[in-house]
Design a protein around this ligand. Structure first.
Ligand SMILES: NC(=O)c1ccc[n+]([C@@H]2O[C@H](COP(=O)([O-])OP(=O)(O)OC[C@H]3O[C@@H](n4cnc5c(N)ncnc54)[C@H](OP(=O)(O)O)[C@@H]3O)[C@@H](O)[C@H]2O)c1
Length: 365
């Protein structure tokens, strides 16, 4: 019997991962976090055979606990990953368990390669960013690039509905509001600032026009290397309500101007407000990937890929890559070992098929 430990197993994304894996035959799934009551509730809700455990991912005895549970795979959703050290993947390697996380922290995902030798020695697979970015985004670009002889630019983004993500996601993405980071543009690194460069993006109906702004994500480092000699890589994200986007944009200017040091202390209040008003807002979300370059006939070409979600099914999507990869590992279908960002391990179909039955639609264009 194989065992899957889901850290943050009763969080926003963790509970969806638990619910998806709790029905896997021949696998025990442990719902883990620092609160046993919430873990027990999530295990009961999962409708499968999930078991609750109190487990602190950063406790000194974490490796020993993983060994006690006979852990085969750890899925780490206990962010924020911005600023987190590699104690969790190192503990997994020491316990001989495969490691998968949903990280969106740029340094965290890109730096995971530093654990490659350790992971290979223990014959484990250590994968960071098994989520919308960079797992799904890179799988889409990998598929689109077959239509190009050379890629000049990649522009991608995500717009959510009114329903907010979990606290860890909000903590992570608001931490860089108004802060500078580098973006690859016209073959050079340029400084941009978090939640600025506001632009209106058109999505197919029912999502339609949405405001999106610059975000600091792993793809900004990973894509210029993976899709060399691409000249420009941009990523923007946004939330459904336009008022929230303008509020966030204005607040990012307060940070940039030095009026406030960070939006981190605002997160609890913003999260409560967004949760209260979510039912009045849109239930639609979308992801886009636009690749420009030269096609196989030598002509300038543009290819778009959209993923549209309705009925508040968008928040399932960031969980799909981790679920797909865990299922493959449980079935011994992955031979790679070592530490890497989640690119090239899953195809678009591997990822999207996890959502069969949900209100999701892929629109090429
Ligand atoms: N790469 C991408 O495209 C992408 C997209 C979206 C989200 N994400 C990532 O997904 C992560 C999870 O987001 P979320 O919305 O699910 O957050 P969430 O609802 O706040 O869930 C985080 C969970 O982690 C648990 N946790 C925190 N510290 C822990 C510890 N030391 N040991 C064990 N469990 C701990 C929390 O429970 P307790 O505090 O009770 O322990 C909570 O259940 C975010 O950090 C974000 O980085 C990635």
């Amino acid at each position: 019997m194989k065992s899957v430990v889901v850290l943050g197993g009763y969080g926003n994304f963790g509970r969806r991962i638990v619910a998806a894996l709790a029905h896997e035959a021949d696998a025990r799934v442990f719902v883990c976090g620092r609160d046993l009551r919430q873990a027990t509730e999530a295990a009961e809700e999962s409708g499968g055979s999930a078991e609750p455990r109190r487990l602190d991912a950063h406790a000194a005895d974490f490796t020993a606990e993983l060994r006690k549970l006979g852990t085969t795979i750890v899925i780490h959703t206990a962010g924020p990953f911005q600023g987190q050290s590699y104690t969790v993947p190192r503990a997994c390697i020491a316990a001989g368990a495969h490691y998968i996380d949903l990280a969106d922290g740029r340094d965290y995902v890109c730096g995971i390669k530093t654990l490659d030798e350790e992971a290979k020695r223990s014959e484990t697979l250590v994968v960071s960013g098994a989520s919308s970015l960079p797992a799904l985004s890179s799988a889409v670009v990998d598929a689109l690039r077959t239509q190009f002889s050379s890629i000049e630019s990649i522009d991608h983004g995500i717009t959510s509905g009114a329903r907010p993500p979990g606290r860890a996601t909000m903590d992570g993405v608001l931490a860089y509001a108004g802060k500078p980071f580098k973006q690859w543009r016209d073959n050079e690194w340029h400084p941009v600032h978090g939640w600025q460069d506001l632009m209106r993006r058109r999505y197919p109906d029912p999502v339609s026009g949405r405001w999106i702004a610059s975000c600091d994500v792993p793809d900004l480092d990973l894509f210029p290397e993976r899709y060399r000699p691409v000249r420009t890589v941009q990523f923007r994200a946004g939330v459904g309500p336009a008022t929230s986007m303008f509020g966030l944009w204005l607040a990012s200017w307060l940070v940039r101007a030095g009026v406030i040091s960070s939006l981190k202390s605002w997160v609890p209040a913003l999260h409560r407000t967004a949760t209260t008003f979510a039912r009045f807002g849109s239930k639609c979300s979308a992801m886009h990937v636009t690749v420009r370059g030269v096609d196989l006939n030598g002509e300038p070409a543009v290819r778009n890929w959209f993923l549209l979600a309705d009925q508040d099914h968008g928040p399932f999507i960031p969980c799909f890559p981790a679920i797909a990869l865990a299922r493959k590992l449980l079935r011994d279908e992955v031979s790679e070992r070592g530490a890497m960002p989640c690119m090239g391990l899953l195809t678009v179909d591997d990822i999207i098929s996890v959502g069969d039955g949900l209100d999701l639609r892929v629109v090429p264009g």
